[in-house]
Each structure stands twice: as C-alpha cells, then as structure tokens.
Design a protein around this ligand. Structure first.
Ligand SMILES: Nc1nc2c(c(=O)[nH]1)N[C@H]1C(S)=C(S)[C@@H](COP(=O)(O)OP(=O)(O)OC[C@H]3O[C@@H](n4cnc5c(N)ncnc54)[C@H](O)[C@@H]3O)O[C@H]1N2
Ligand code: MOO
Length: 405
C-alpha cells in the first residue's frame, strides 16, 4: 500500500486494476452515448450511387464542348427520373434525361445542368455553355467511401455516428455494457432528505451529487445506503456494493480521525489496499482498494474534496472501464480572470468555468474554494491547477486546467 502519492501515481495504480466491460448488442435507437465495441466501417459507398445535387437535366458533357450563346446545343429529353427511381434509358449523344435532386445519374450521362440555366423547349433543352465531365454530379461515396472507417472501437456514439450507422444499414451495434457504480455514504452525522434535520446532523448531499455526475458520464449509479462510522457496517455495505456493481464509491471517513473507518473496513474485507492520500488539495483524503477485481474508491466526506478526486481519478477510471479510449481529462491552458490570494504549499485544483474573452481561454472562479463547499461546483467545467509551492496567483497568469464532465 502506498501512502501520500501524486495524482498521476494514483491514476496509474487504479488504471492497472481496470477491467473493461463485456459487450452486448443494442438497437440503433438505444445506442446514443454508448461506447462502440467494434470498429465501424462502411461496407458500401455513402451515397451508394452517383446522384444529382440539382433539379435539372443529365446529359453527356462532350455534347456541349462547342456550346456557346451563339452556338447553342439542343438535346432531346428522353426520360424523367425523380429521386428514388432509376432511368431505364441510356443517355446517348444528343439526348438528355430530366432529373430531380437526389436521383441517380442515368447510364451514359456525365453532367447535369440546372433547370434555370437551360432554355426549355417542347421535349428539348437548349444549352449555351460548355460543361465538364462530372459537373454537377455528386459521386458515389462522396460522404464515406466503401471500406473507410466511420468510427473506432472505444468511441462514444454521437448523433452523426447514429446517422452513419443507419447509412450502412446496421440495425444493431456491439457496444460495451454500461458500468454500474455503487454509492455508499458513511458518517454518523448524515440524514437523508426525508429525515428530520436534528442538531448535529447534516443532510447527505454527496450521494446525490455523485448520482448525477455518474449519470452524466453515461454510467449507472446505485445507491447502496448509508453506514454509521463502524468498520463492520461500512464493510457490509461495500460487500453489497461489490455484489451489485462494477465499482464502489464511498464518501466520508477517509482522513486520519478516530472515526475514519473506510480504509479499516477495506482491510477488514480483505481488500488489497492500493493507496491512502493523494498530494492534492482539496481531495488529499482518499483511499483506494481492490477486491474481487473491482475498485473500491474511498472519497472524502467534504463535498469538493470528494468531487475533485471523483473527477480526476474516478471519472477517467469509469470511462476506461466503459471502454472509452479517450478517458483522461483533457488538459488546456487558461488565463486567470481573478486573483487567487491563498498560498498553495500543496498542488491545488481550483473550481471554475471556462470562458472565452477576445479569443482567450479564461478561468472564471465559480465560487468559494474551501473543501466543504459544494455550491462552487455549479457551473464548474474545469479544474485549474496551481502547482505545489506557489504563492498567490494574480489575474492574467496562465495555468494548466483539466476539463471535467
Ligand atoms: N487532524 C486532521 N484532521 C483532518 C485532516 C488532517 O489531515 N488531519 N484532513 C482534513 C481534510 S483536508 C479533509 S478533506 C477531511 C476529510 O475527512 P473525511 O474524508 O474523513 O470525511 P469526514 O470526516 O467523514 O467528513 C468531512 C466533512 O464532510 C461532511 N460530510 C461527510 N459525508 C457527507 C455527505 N455524504 N454529504 C455531505 N457532507 C458530508 C462531514 O460532515 C464533515 O463536515 O478531514 C479533515 N480533517
Ligand atoms: O484532504 Mo482534503 O481532502 O484536501 O480537502
């Protein structure tokens, strides 16, 4: 077991114990946000045939080689092809087929003229300019060529990917199963929303905040319950969580106090403790263990300490387990919009919002930075890093930040 490690060491220790979810097949309509278990390639060209992007006439470009205002070319209309149909005729020299937007280019034709650019005579059209082969023709495979990869394994399915899956005619897709995440709250002081708030007690907020965040990353939260500060009670709930879910999150009871029982409960269960304490602020109070191949991550009771760890350790882990190949928080550079007056003897993460001002990425703090403050998580979409050993930071200074969510 390691004590007091860096964030990166903690991430690498938990990633080493990450088993990817198995696969299942889902209907296309159920696939939004699911993670692809297979590479998707186009078996056919999209679109499948060369088509007209305009309402007009299809003809042979060669017929118009000498065409000009003074020397117009007259072509006979031999057929009409609306979208959804094909023409039975072959366009020979001197002929044209009336074509509607989206219809396949008839055999023999290699150019299209828009209605408004022709003079329409009875059963004939007049063309007064030369057209090049391929002009006004959308080739087969313009969007995606046969054999091209549309999306890779490990990608979360987005709306355009859904559309392209439809384009290749796949009704169902292999995806990773959705991970279930157990949430356990610990602390004698906690009461749930339905219970009276008697002196000395506080409402359990962590459980609901985590519930929402877990849903927001496409995993399924399971509230297992609240344990008093007794290692046996916590261990029993962790055991239940391990039986029902793919990973267990606890909150509270991970610091050094007499009642901080979570790591003791992990040991009591026979779990393999990976680490205690990460060198970050907030969120140093934490512990991680593995049992039955599943991760048990002990988060702090303090809401922002818990959420800093959640976003920097638990979320990448859950995304990785869910099959995502892009599971790490994206790192960007931001300019501080306001001073941060405190010193940071230890590496610190500030809660804020990414805003753009005159093209510059700025960090606007979302509120108080104390480790017990939850309200500054509202609107927070980046955690900005103040390196350990820093003095106060002034507005205008540039810092690294991690996108969360
Ligand atoms: N002597 C020391 N004391 C503390 C240290 C230390 O290094 N030496 N570290 C402090 C830091 S930093 C933190 S963070 C906390 C971590 O404490 P725990 O993670 O063990 O959490 P608790 O003590 O159980 O609770 C802390 C705080 O959060 C409230 N809480 C707990 N659960 C919930 C919940 N589900 N919803 C809302 N709020 C919750 C709890 O009532 C406490 O106020 O330790 C410091 N102490
Ligand atoms: O140790 Mo606390 O978890 O930094 O805020």
């Amino acid at each position: 077991m390691k004590n007091s490690i860096t964030l990166e060491e903690a991430q690498s220790l938990v990633f080493d114990h990450c088993s990817l979810m198995e696969s299942e097949r889902v209907d296309l309509k159920e696939s939004f946000g699911r993670v692809l278990f297979e590479d998707l390639a186009a078996q056919e060209n999209i679109p499948p045939f060369a088509r007209s992007p305009y309402d007009g006439y299809a003809f042979r470009a060669q017929d118009t080689e000498q065409a000009s205002l003074k020397n117009p070319v007259i072509l006979s209309i031999i057929d009409e092809v609306p979208a959804g149909y094909t023409s039975a005729y072959t366009v020979e020299s001197g002929t044209a087929v009336k074509i509607l937007t989206g219809a396949p280019i008839p055999e023999g034709a290699d150019a299209v003229i828009k209605f408004e650019e022709t003079v329409i005579l009875e059963n004939q059209i007049k063309i007064t300019a030369a057209y090049q082969p391929g002009e006004n023709i959308v080739p087969a495979g313009e969007d995606v060529k046969r054999g091209t990869r549309i999306a890779s394994q490990g990608t979360a399915i987005t709306s355009p990917i859904m559309g392209l899956i439809a384009a290749i005619g796949q009704e169902d897709i292999a995806v990773y199963k959705i991970p279930k995440i157990a949430i356990i709250s610990t602390g004698d002081e906690l009461v749930d929303i339905s219970e009276p708030l008697i002196p000395g007690k506080i409402r359990n907020t962590n459980c609901y905040t985590l519930f929402g965040y877990i849903q927001s990353i496409g995993a399924v939260p399971l509230i297992i319950g609240t344990a008093k500060d007794r290692k046996e009670e916590i261990a029993a709930l962790i055991e239940r969580g391990l039986n029902q879910a793919d990973m267990v999150l606890t909150t509270g009871g991970v610091s050094v106090g007499d009642y901080d029982m979570v790591s003791r409960a992990m040991e009591y269960l026979g779990a393999n403790l990976l680490y205690k304490k990460i060198e970050i602020k907030p969120g140093s109070a934490t512990a991680a263990a593995v049992k039955d191949g599943k991760l048990i991550l002990g988060l702090s009771g303090n809401p922002s300490a818990a959420l800093t760890n959640f976003h920097l350790v638990a979320v990448p882990f859950i995304k990785k387990m869910a099959g995502r190949t892009n599971y790490l928080n994206e790192k960007i550079e931001v300019t501080l919009k306001k001073d941060f007056k405190k010193e940071s003897p230890r590496r610190r993460f500030l809660r804020g919002r990414l805003v753009f001002e005159e093209g510059i990425s700025m960090m606007e703090p979302t509120g108080g930075q104390g480790n017990g403050i939850l309200s500054s998580m509202i609107g927070c979409n980046i955690l900005t890093e103040v390196p350990g050993g820093s003095g106060p930071k002034r507005s205008g200074e540039k810092l690294a930040a991690y996108l969360i969510g």
